[in-house]
Each structure stands twice: as structure tokens, then as C-alpha cells.
Ligand binder design. Sequence first.
Ligand code: ADP
Length: 478
Amino acid sequence: MRVLFVTSEIAPLIKTGGLADVSAALPAELHAMGVDVRVLLPGYAQVLKACPVLESVAQLAGLPGLPEVNLLQGTLPDGVPFWVIDCPEMYQRGGGIYQDEHGQDWPDNALRFGLLSKVAALLGSSATPLQWRPDVVHCNDWQSALTPAYLHYAEGAVPVVMTVHNLAFQGIFPSSVVPELGLSWDSFKPDGAEFYGNLSFLKAGLFYARHITTVSPSYAQEIQKDELGFGLQGLLASRSESLTGILNGIDNAEWNPEADINIAQPYSAANLSGKAASKQALQKHMGLRVDPDIPVLGMVSRFTQQKGLDMVLEIAPELIALPAQLVLLGSGDTDMQRKALDLAHHYPGQIGAYVGFDEGLSHLIEAGADIFLMPSRFEPCGLNQMYSQRYGTPPVVHATGGLRDSVVDCNAATLGRGDATGFVFDMLTTQSLLNTVQRAVTAFHDKGVWTALQRNGMGKNFGWEKSAAAYLKIYSAL
Ligand code: ADP
């Protein structure tokens, strides 16, 4: 089985969110299972800097008006071969990969990711200049979602699996980009890539792909309904026969409290004592009062409405009155960033906030916090709630998407069965969030209950084996 895995980010080379983690871990797991999987990604400055020795393997025609691009080849640390599209005018610039340094989307994003899709389609058709040809192309999110639209008009096209990691991002552009992308006008129709007069990359992907997957079973159901369908619920419902939800796994080597260089002391389910050292280190690092008995609430997240951080900020005074301490790490919405920093300033010793991206600190929070907060309004899968279970830090989550599928609410029945791992609330209100954190804090002070909860979570296997096998089954069926 030969699979071309197309992505716009991959950890640790370039990461803005969960897609990067999946793009690193899923191909690695497939590779270990004997699948000949290869990754295709844009040649951002960060990637070329991190991989200075890449071999040029082909010159490819990209988009109309653009010069030929250079395809570079390398091998990822876990043995997965990868190709990088070298096109400096598209990918080598300062700022972020989707936005400039002021947080504005790059004005040529349609071309930048149209190029990614175009190259993927070329490699998946008989026009490829490479010896290697995939059996399946696996695209991820809107950035590579034009691939199946291009392939629809290509000779010798292989089937495409389209994975939705977050339906909220669709890649919508004015129709004027259609000719610039070298896309057939024939595809620009409601039964195709058109979305209310604009071009939608993601809609094209969902329409033309042979099979659609999303990153949790619950989210696969939710996106077929008005509330979370973002205007694509009709199309998704019409394709429900070809839509599968597969829960993401986590990288058990990267996220392992027994061998994590970012935490103060290793610990395990059998011997949890080392966790206290990370709690103390976290309290010191964030300027909190060092106290082993007060529960520390942790949150690591993009600062957006989706993640429900606004609710946490709103009830922060009530949370610390429980009493508890609060640690926030993330970046995004400038208003939320300011509020988080203001709170830390107002409640020194009780609230700590760090605005920015800090991988090491995110590990320390998973280990050093007692309770993890993830009150997302919607959550396609979510990784942090799985990391936190693995680190003995029971999460408080809203019952949505992957959170619903990966956390078991703590009550007498689930505790009795030994499968309780966290705290789940249904109603999305600040009151219900506060009540649920209160429930978690009460449990925290009951040592027997708490240790059981921690051990249940740490004993769960969130590894990729099962999910990778589910993807392989879909590839094989195609
Ligand atoms: P999403 O992809 O919607 O952002 P996920 O929970 O699926 O959410 O994945 C987010 C990933 O990014 C996790 O690995 C999380 O730890 C990481 N992350 C998010 N914000 C930060 C940050 N400010 N610093 C470090 N890691 C972060």
C-alpha cells in the first residue's frame, strides 16, 4: 500500500495546532505497520532551515503564471520519506505560515495552498514525473482540499481520502482565483467547489474525495447537523455513507510522564509521587504561591471562542475562590490575551498566564497542573484532554466531539466500574462549567477517589495503533 499524505504542517518542523501532531504521528505509525507512506508539505523557510540537506528530485509545473517548482526529498526522523515543495515566492517569508506578523491572512493563500494541492494531484496522476506512484492520496484540511478537484480532471487519478480536522476553517476565496489556480470552471458550481458565489477549498475536497474522515466519531455526526455544519451539513449528510470518524491518537513517546525532559521528575501510574515536583516547578515558574494542597487548574490552548477560554476568563475570580490556582498558556485573540495577562496581574500568586507558544511549558502544565480545563464549544478531536489523562491530570471538558469520545465522567457508577477519567458537562454555560470544576475540586480533596481517577486515565491507551489500522482499512477498501 502506497500512500501520499498531504499536509500544511508537521511537528516538530512546523506547527500551529493539532494537525501538525497528527501529520507526524499517523504517517510514522503507518510506516511502522509496513505501509509505504510519504509526506508532502510546503517548503516554508522554517522547514528548509530545519532540514538543510534535502535532495532535489524533480522540477514540476505548478500553477499558471508561477515558475516551475523544485521538489526536494528527505527522510523524517522516524524513517518516513517526505517531499518539500520548494517555491520561495510562495513559502519563504517571515511571519506565520497562514498569516503575517500582524495576524492577517496572507493575501495569496489561495495560490500558496492551491500549489500544494496541485502538486499533490500531479503526484497522484499518471502525469507524475516520479517513479513512485501512490495508491491513495490522503489530504488534510482545506489547505490540500483542492487535490481531489484537480484529480477529477486528471488522467490516471488515484482515489483521495479527505480528513477534516476542523470544519471551521474552509479556505474560502473570491471566484477570481479560479483561473489563477488553473482549476476548471466546470468545477465551479454548487455540485462542486462553489460555495455561495465563492470558491471553497474544503467544499471541493468534501465533494470530490472518494472518502471523508474526521477526527472523532461524535464530530462525524455533529457536522451533519446545522449547529456545527458551518454551512456544509447538507453536503456532509448526503455523503454520510462515505464519512467515517476516527479518533486521533497521541504520540506516546513524546507525551510520556515517565520520560519527559520538560518536567521536574518522572512519574508513573504505579508511583505518582514525582508529580508533586512538577506542580511545585510550575507554581514557581508561573509566579504562583507554592502550595501542594491547593488544586492547580491548567489550560493550554489557542485563544479563540472555539476553546471556551472566554468563559474561563469570565469566571476566573470564582475559580480561584474555590480555592484553586489557574495557569493559562496560549496565544491568539488579542482581547483574550490582554484579559489573561490582566487577570494574572490582578491576582498575583493565584493566576499565572503566559502568552506565546511554548512546547516545554505545555508539557510542564500537563504534568504540574492537577486539573486540566477544556470547555471547548466544539472540538473535532482535541489532544490536550488525552495528554492530560496520560499525565494523571483529569480534564474538565464540555460534552462535544472528541472530548465526548475520550473522557468518561466521574460518578459513582463509572468510579465503581473503574473507567471514570475526568469531568464532563453538557450545558455550555459558565455556571455549568463552574459547577463542574467545583465537582473536580471536591474530588481532588478525596485522595482515594482522586488517585483512582488519575490511574484510570493513565491506564488508557490513546496510542495510534488502533486509529492507524482504521485508516489502513479505509485505504484498502478504496
Ligand atoms: P487545535 O488543533 O484545535 O489547536 P488540539 O488540542 O487538537 O487543538 O491541539 C493543540 C496542540 O497544540 C496541542 O499539542 C497543544 O498542546 C498545542 N498548543 C496549543 N497552544 C499552545 C501553546 N501556546 N504552546 C504550546 N503548545 C500549544
